[in-house]
Design a protein around this ligand. Structure first.
Ligand code: FES
Length: 59
């Protein structure tokens, strides 16, 4: 699967798993996975992570 966070090499699968485990904000996903903590500080991955949260969070 393609990496969502390019800086840290974090896959979509890892991010979706964090969301299924209860992360509902970019900050929470970042804390659990390390995504968004690279040199661009989420500049390239934040929007995708927020989209994945909308798609996968528990309703
Ligand atoms: S791509 Fe995620 S922090 Fe840079």
């Amino acid at each position: 699967m393609a990496n969502v966070c390019l800086c840290k090499g974090i896959s979509e699968e890892t991010i979706v798993e964090a969301i299924k485990n209860g992360a509902v904000t970019f900050e929470e996903v970042s804390e659990k996975t390390g995504a968004g903590t690279g040199f661009c500080h989420g500049g390239r991955c934040k929007a995708t992570i927020e989209k994945l949260i909308e798609e996968h969070k528990a309703q």
